[in-house]
Write a protein that binds this ligand. Structure first.
Ligand code: ZN
Length: 303
């Protein structure tokens, strides 16, 4: 029998990723992923409660999407803890190169932070009382890593695998390869002796093979019909924005979209026979049909 890990998952929603607190059973702990910037105060308060008297020894990010690293700045300032991130975006974050980071292109926000160390794929890192393998997990994000603790079979899967699916395959939105990488990452996960998956969003789950099978079916659907993935991505990005702003006039939403590179690129690549306004309205109506938002007069409301 392996001793159980000292690990607590702070399950958040979609705007903020889950935060995973891994302790050493004694005085120290680390946290993996820090939520969205508008929730930073809440993340800090949740973490303070979870830590109690323990010290926070490090902050880690699985990848640099705004919903996974938006609390970095506030947590680092409060706890004076070093930040470990995947190597692929280390330089971009160090220089805060907005053209290379994802925040500007997705129209999302993130307070600037300074990374300290690289989480190198292929290496192992001691987190709390466990030894975790750092594994490259491209697909959703080319630079994402996932973390696996083999003694207990615990996998921190970020947005590479959720109980039902996986995150938007961002490289595909810009005409780069992503679906193949998603498949390779699912193959990697399927090869691991996983007993518990802690995803980036949603509850933890035990049945990895069932989740991988569902993810493979979803991937196959996207591959056969890339428009389906493009529409899913547009809806997910719009919904994310609506969760952030809660409500917005259609005209203001349209002007936010006009400056959001990913949305523009999606329209350009797949839907440009329509005007961007008409296409956006179609996406909003889709979201209304699935009861994800309401359109009342000229107002869009999150629900
Ligand atoms: Zn992500």
């Amino acid at each position: 029998m392996n001793p159980a890990l000292d690990l607590i998952v702070l399950q958040r929603g979609w705007l903020s990723s889950n935060n995973i607190v891994i302790g050493d059973g004694e005085a120290r702990a680390v946290v993996v992923d820090t939520g969205y910037c508008t929730h930073a105060a809440q993340t800090l308060s949740l973490l303070q409660t979870t830590l109690g008297k323990r010290q926070l020894g490090a902050i880690l990010n699985t990848h640099l999407h705004s919903d996974h690293c938006g609390g970095n700045a506030q947590l680092m300032a409060h706890f004076q803890a070093p930040l470990l991130i995947p190597p692929g975006q280390f330089e971009a974050a160090h220089e805060w190169n907005e053209a290379k980071l994802s925040f500007r292109s997705t129209g999302q926000r993130c307070e600037r932070f300074h990374p300290d160390q690289r989480l190198m794929p292929g290496s192992t890192v001691k987190l709390g009382d466990g030894l975790w393998h750092v594994l490259a997990a491209p697909g959703h994000d080319p630079d994402s890593i996932i973390l696996f603790e083999s003694n207990n079979g615990t996998l921190i899967s970020a947005d590479a695998l959720w109980e039902h699916g996986f995150g938007i395959v961002f490289p595909e939105l810009n005409g780069k390869s992503g679906f193949e990488e998603v498949e390779a990452t699912l193959d990697l996960i399927a090869s691991l002796p996983v007993a518990l998956v802690i995803p980036g969003h949603g509850p933890t789950f035990a049945d990895m093979p069932v989740a991988v099978a569902e993810a493979r079916r979803r991937l196959q659907g996207f591959r056969l019909d890339p428009l389906r993935h493009a529409r899913y991505a547009a809806k997910a990005l719009l919904k994310f924005h609506m969760i952030e702003v809660r409500q917005q006039h259609l005209a203001d939403l349209q002007s936010w979209l006009a400056t959001t590179e990913v949305h523009e690129a999606l329209w350009q690549r797949h839907f440009s026979p329509q005007t961007i306004e008409a296409w956006t309205l179609e996406i909003l109506q889709d979201l209304q049909r699935s009861e994800s938002i309401s359109i009342v007069g000229g107002m869009i409301l999150d629900r």
